[in-house]
Ligand binder design. Structure first.
Ligand code: SF4
Length: 480
């Protein structure tokens, strides 16, 4: 356990996130205005705010103390200085640096993106990110490259009258050990699916009223695993979308067919018939023992067969998701997975670093899994980047999560013309995203860059029962 003591409330969340980045597997507690010291703590960090000055000390280690001046009137600068000094202190103490330095947010590419929009050069962005956030040169170069590519891809959007539509299908064949999404095993919900689709249709009708005259640029059906729906249910959902929305300016229509054990020819035929332009078939790993361990209940062969079936039916934009840092996987295991993926030759690959969120079983019952080794290094990410480059892909979007293995990032790679625009929009927040279904979050992006959100309840039964309330939340957010 690591104890952080502050003499008053300020920047607690930022301090906690940064300390957690150095000590991902430790509990980190923050107490304000308390003299109580936890004897068992591995490390005590004391932060004292004084007028225009901050003092940070690692208690019991008097040589690790920093006292520095700040301008209390400039919160952004004060926060950066606080994080920078804490980072340097922890770096000296642990002998480690972090690839992203003091950056703990999920959208690091927003910094180069904003600076590029302001006309800054690569050298200016590099200097700024290095000095302000101690980000490594390698990660800065990656984030600038991606920001440039994102900006180019987003040019095709209609920022004024366009929007993106997300539809959440929160069911999966089983729950993966690391899952923290809104997802429930489909077996328990079979007799509620039609009621769920009724609720979605009602929500969609409302959106069409509130956003009359506007058109979706991208549609993303995700979850969960949308292809857990039966083919007639998929047919119903896609027909409703076709009938009720203006698809004439749609740039991309994605359906997550994520779990190979949810895919069959009939369902793919439905997707094909409705012009789905992009699907995802996600191996995560091609090592059977890992699939069994993480509760995915499908085989490596099913992944390969589903992919080949989709290809043979004409799907020409297939994404594959991979996860680095899965339990008991060595670098050689990852390289073997990458070799199979290369053989299949998908159009895009998203490389995730395992993130253990609080709601994941792997985290909730961590004592039960304490013996499992989870390793993710730059070598893992480099191996993935090399294979993607060999397949002719370039990195086009990037995001980070809390508690990521190795403190790295998730990167999407794609061949030319195959990038998932919706993925970029989620990160860069340049267009409103209207989200339907249980657990989804709608974001309205205003012309001045302001962003407001509204959420749907996560529980499926409550979503169905309280659909009018969900619609009312959207009305307040979307109606002008
Ligand atoms: S497939 Fe994805 S959404 Fe479904 S249980 Fe696994 S991690 Fe969660």
């Amino acid at each position: 356990m690591i104890q952080i003591r502050l003499n008053k409330e300020d920047f607690e969340y930022d301090i906690h996130s940064l300390v957690k980045a150095f000590y991902p597997s430790e509990n980190v507690s923050v107490c304000v205005d308390s003299q109580e010291s936890c004897e068992q703590a591995l490390l005590h960090i004391v932060v004292d705010y004084e007028p225009n000055r901050i003092r940070i000390a690692l208690k019991q280690h008097s040589s690790y103390t920093r006292v520095f001046s700040v301008d209390d009137g400039n919160r952004k600068e004060k926060k950066n200085l606080l994080k920078q000094n804490l980072y340097d202190l922890l770096s000296d103490y642990t002998g480690r640096t972090l690839p992203w330095g003091t950056l703990t947010g999920i959208r690091p590419t927003k910094i180069p993106m904003t600076m590029l929009e302001e006309g800054k050069t690569d050298a200016e962005i590099t200097d700024y990110m290095e000095q302000t956030y101690s980000t490594s040169r390698e990660k800065i170069a990656l984030s600038i490259e991606i920001a440039r590519r994102e900006a180019q891809l987003l040019q095709r959007l209609d920022a004024k009258n366009g929007y993106s539509l997300y539809i959440g299908i929160p069911f999966c064949p089983s729950t993966c050990l690391y899952c923290s999404f809104t997802s429930f095993p489909i077996s328990g919900w079979k007799n509620k699916i039609n009621a769920y689709l009724d609720a979605l249709e009602k929500e969609l009708d409302a959106i069409m009223r509130y956003f009359a005259g506007r058109h979706p640029n991208t549609i993303y059906i995700g979850g969960g695993t949308p292809t857990t729906l039966e083919s007639d249910q998929l047919e119903r959902l896609l027909s409703v979308l076709e009938r009720k929305t203006d698809l004439s300016r749609l740039l991309e229509f994605t359906v997550e067919a994520g779990r190979p054990d949810s895919i069959n020819r009939q369902k793919l035929e439905v997707l094909c018939a409705h012009g789905i332009s992009r699907i995802s078939i996600n191996p995560q790993t091609m090592k059977q023992e890992t699939l069994d361990l993480i509760g995915r209940q499908h085989t490596v062969e099913q992944t390969i067969d589903s992919f080949q079936l989709a290809r043979s039916m004409g799907f020409d934009n297939i994404n594959m998701d991979l996860i680095m840092g899965l339990p008991e996987e060595s670098l050689d295991d990852v390289k073997r997975t990458l070799a199979v993926v290369k053989e299949l030759n998908p159009d895009s690959v998203t490389v995730h670093s395992l993130a253990l969120k609080r709601a994941a079983r792997l985290q909730m019952f961590k004592e039960d899994y304490a013996g499992l080794k989870m390793v993710n290094t730059q070598a893992h990410l480099d191996a993935a980047a090399d294979i993607c480059a060999e397949m002719g892909m370039k990195p086009y979007y990037l995001y980070r999560q809390k508690n990521m293995a190795g403190n790295f990032e998730n990167v999407g790679y794609a061949k030319d013309g195959k990038a998932g625009i919706y993925n970029i929009l989620i990160m860069e927040e340049k267009q409103s995203i209207v989200a339907l279904g249980a657990g989804s979050i709608t974001k309205r992006v205003y012309a001045d860059g302001r962003i407001e959100r509204c959420e749907n309840v996560k529980d499926v039964a409550s979503f169905i029962e309280r659909i009018d309330e969900m619609i009312e939340r959207k009305r307040k957010l979307l109606e002008d």
